[in-house]
Design a binder for this molecule. Structure first.
Ligand code: ZN
Length: 220
């Protein structure tokens, strides 16, 4: 795949930034696409743009503000509290978000002559979004190919990794410090290690500590 081109669905967070580094190692040419859906933190778009700029990657921001109109939720409306109960979808859930994002990314990819799409979706993730599951991605891949008569390949390098393994992958790609210091995962809009208290920070921190402990023991 070294002589081919890929488009990475990129939010500026830990997962998609790790995917970006994976894509840079895997493909000859890489572009990034970020979706603007009136996220609670506009900073997310700025972080994504600044990472793409520093890595010398073409970056497209697509306006998806209709998502806010369709599915008001905790990420887009400041009056809804972010909460998460075990076994339930968190209040940050937007129905069909990945379906929409990947479909738009595919249109963009075809226009720019790329047939590879890279997304950081993960089935191991506790959240349980149905459109992050492997079976959905495979199904969408077939659908996109039929819809546009084009041989897309959707890559999901994180699909079966837990958070600790995602940190390990970033480290193997030589991007551990970059991912740790430059990405934004925190729901409260704090870069790098974040606020430490929101669900996203807790998940990220738990994975980081687990990875560092394993590395310390020489198992990683
Ligand atoms: Zn946080």
């Amino acid at each position: 795949m070294k002589n081919e081109k890929a488009v990475v669905v990129f939010s500026g967070g830990q997962d998609s930034t790790t995917c970006l580094f994976w894509a840079l190692k895997t493909f000859k040419e890489v572009e990034a696409v970020t979706f603007n859906y009136n996220q609670r933190h506009k900073l997310e778009i700025e972080v994504a743009a600044s990472i793409a700029k520093d890595l010398g990657i073409k970056h497209t921001v697509l306006d998806m503000s209709l998502l806010n109109q369709l599915a008001p939720n905790a990420l887009t409306r400041s009056d809804i509290q972010i909460k998460h109960k075990e076994g339930e979808l968190p209040s940050t859930f937007v129905d069909g978000r990945n379906l929409l994002f990947l479909s738009f990314a595919a249109v963009l990819a075809k226009q720019s002559g790329a047939r590879h799409l890279v997304t950081g979706v993960c089935e191991t993730d506790f959240s349980g979004y149905p459109d992050c599951r492997d079976v959905f991605i495979k199904s969408l891949n077939v659908t996109l190919n039929l819809a546009m008569d084009y041989q897309f390949v959707i890559h999901t390098p994180l699909m079966w990794l837990n958070k600790a393994e995602t940190w390990k992958l970033a480290d193997e790609l030589g991007a551990f410090e970059f991912v740790r210091n430059r990405t934004l995962t925190c729901y409260n809009g704090i870069i790098a290690d974040g606020c430490g208290e929101c669900p996203a920070c807790i998940l990220r921190k738990r994975g980081l500590e687990q990875y560092l402990a394993e590395k310390e023991r020489g198992n990683a």
